[in-house]
Ligand binder design. Structure first.
Ligand SMILES: *[C@@H]1O[C@H](CO)[C@@H](O)[C@H](O)[C@H]1NC(C)=O
Ligand SMILES: *[C@@H]1O[C@H](CO)[C@@H](O)[C@H](O)[C@H]1NC(C)=O
Ligand SMILES: *[C@@H]1O[C@H](CO)[C@@H](O)[C@H](O)[C@H]1NC(C)=O
Ligand SMILES: *[C@@H]1O[C@H](CO)[C@@H](O)[C@H](O)[C@H]1NC(C)=O
Ligand SMILES: *[C@@H]1O[C@H](CO)[C@@H](O)[C@H](O)[C@H]1NC(C)=O
Ligand SMILES: *[C@@H]1O[C@H](CO)[C@@H](O)[C@H](O)[C@H]1NC(C)=O
Length: 419
């Protein structure tokens, strides 16, 4: 085992709506890095803004500012931004034409917008101010790809909105194919992409017609190269897989998908998860050139389905929640800790350094940030009648945009500028 980095470590409009809806609907469904990935002083980098931001932070309060390379970006608190100096949200919902109804909570009728105004404050340092141009400079001539389930699509859309306003109208495009969604930035010869592979390995949930989450998933734990062929030579790869692992035992296929469910075995969820991640790790080690590509793995995006875990016995899932769980409180929202530990273990055992985006805990606080009844399952907004039945209809998996995934991207941005 290698030392573990101390990481904090053209749509046809209608089709697109249906397709996105399908992607999302189907999906109700970690930086102790491996060794300190050396990162140059920001002053040698093209990112002036980072230094400015860190210095300002020093002036404003007595918080001791650790050099970013020592800072655990994922331990901290949510700080509410009020007044004129607020920096969040990083964009306005109505200004980002690429958002779908799945995430436009205000447009869909959400009465409060407080969830947009929280800033993540690590305990030991300040996050650099997000600069869209600086991210685009990093991406010049490059491809960045999110790979995984609809939570990663949620994050991809967030990143598109975080940068798109600095690109002139005719110099950007958004296109969808059944597996890959691509945002192209012409002048930079750059792309921000999403690749659908909810289990990373092959499954019967992969084809577009199977993404509604109604079929019991069948997995092929060793099969990854069919998907993986599409990830080769990408410069930034951000993987996730969690919300589809929702059965205590998973069905693992021994034959071929077209044989139907005839030849499968039931495998303990955690055993299957580990096997899938090992296939993924092997693919990464065999196919990724660490001199070209930075690899990230996002830890579990939490759900807020059991409000009883949050001492709010009258609550209904995440419905009607308008504030995060208070800073530093003790709580348990039901994240699958076994799977989380398994992901950490597999990543620690890898020879190739993988940046662990440890977003789970910081996101667990954000019971206020889900799309809830202001989502559009199956591409349709909920009817008034459905809205009045949050037990059944509230989506407490996905997140409103602007919102929490923007913070994940700020963390990703910070690490991208370190490496
Ligand atoms: C940093 O900022 C200064 C002044 O704002 C500018 O002249 C310089 O080109 C910038 N450096 C980089 C690397 O962007
Ligand atoms: C992720 O962050 C949480 C919150 O700070 C921390 O408790 C946990 O140990 C971290 N996990 C890893 C693997 O770094
Ligand atoms: C956490 O503390 C910050 C100030 O340190 C405060 O602005 C914020 O409201 C607190 N967060 C929550 C969720 O109460
Ligand atoms: C554009 O970027 C791709 C990699 O994403 C690269 O292969 C290609 O050579 C670049 N084209 C130009 C004109 O720079
Ligand atoms: C990465 O670059 C270093 C130094 O340029 C070189 O020694 C090493 O062999 C390269 N690694 C790979 C996998 O190409
Ligand atoms: C929603 O929450 C607010 C306080 O946050 C409360 O006053 C209101 O009664 C709640 N609505 C319902 C229908 O429970």
């Amino acid at each position: 085992m290698k030392p573990f980095y101390k990481t904090q470590s053209n749509y046809f409009p209608l089709l697109s709506i249906v397709v996105f809806a399908t992607l999302f609907f189907g999906s109700f469904c970690y930086i102790q890095y491996i060794k300190i990935i050396p990162f140059p002083d920001f002053t040698q980098e093209s990112s002036n803004s980072t230094n400015i931001q860190l210095q300002e932070a020093k002036k404003h309060d007595e918080r001791s500012v650790s050099p970013l390379e020592e800072c655990d970006l994922f331990t901290g608190e949510w700080s509410f931004e009020s007044g004129s100096s607020h920096s969040h949200p990083l964009y306005n919902e109505e200004d980002c034409e690429f958002l779908t109804e799945m995430v436009t909570c205000l447009k869909n009728g959400r009465p409060d917008s407080l969830y947009q105004k929280w800033r993540w404050q690590p305990t030991d340092c300040y996050l650099p101010k997000f600069e869209a141009k600086s991210l685009l400079d990093k991406l010049r001539g490059k491809r960045l790809m999110f790979v995984g389930d609809s939570i990663n699509l949620n994050q991809m859309l967030s990143m598109v909105c975080m940068v798109q306003f600095v690109i002139p109208p005719k110099k950007k495009s958004f296109s969808y194919a059944s597996y890959t969604t691509v945002f192209k930035i012409e002048d930079y010869n750059a792309t921000i992409e999403f690749y659908w592979a909810p289990f990373l390995v092959e499954s019967n949930a992969d084809p577009p017609t199977m993404r509604d989450g109604t079929a019991v998933p069948l997995l092929k734990l060793e099969s990854i190269s069919k998907h993986g062929d599409n990830w080769k030579n990408v410069d930034y790869l951000i993987f996730n897989t969690y919300i589809w692992w929702r059965y205590p035992t998973m069905k693992v296929l021994r034959g071929y998908f077209y044989d139907g469910a005839a030849d499968y075995v039931n495998v303990d969820q955690n055993v299957a998860y580990e096997a899938a991640l090992k296939s993924w790790a092997k693919w990464v080690e065999e196919n990724v050139d660490p001199n070209q590509t930075s690899v990230f793995f996002s830890s579990m995006s939490p759900t807020h389905i059991k409000s009883s875990d949050r001492k709010n016995t009258n609550g209904v899932k995440c419905w009607n929640e308008t504030a995060p769980i208070p800073n530093r409180s003790t709580f348990n929202v039901g994240t699958n800790q076994r799977l989380l530990a398994t992901a950490v273990k597999v990543i620690q055992s890898m020879k190739l350094p993988v940046h662990f985006l440890n977003i789970t805990r910081l996101s667990e606080y954000r019971k206020d940030a889900h799309t809830s009844i202001f989502a559009a399952p199956g591409g349709k907004l909920l009817t008034q009648e459905q809205k009045s039945d949050p037990v059944r209809y509230a989506d407490c998996l996905h997140w409103c945009l602007p919102g929490l995934p923007d913070t994940w991207n700020e963390l990703l941005y910070t690490i991208m500028h370190k490496t």
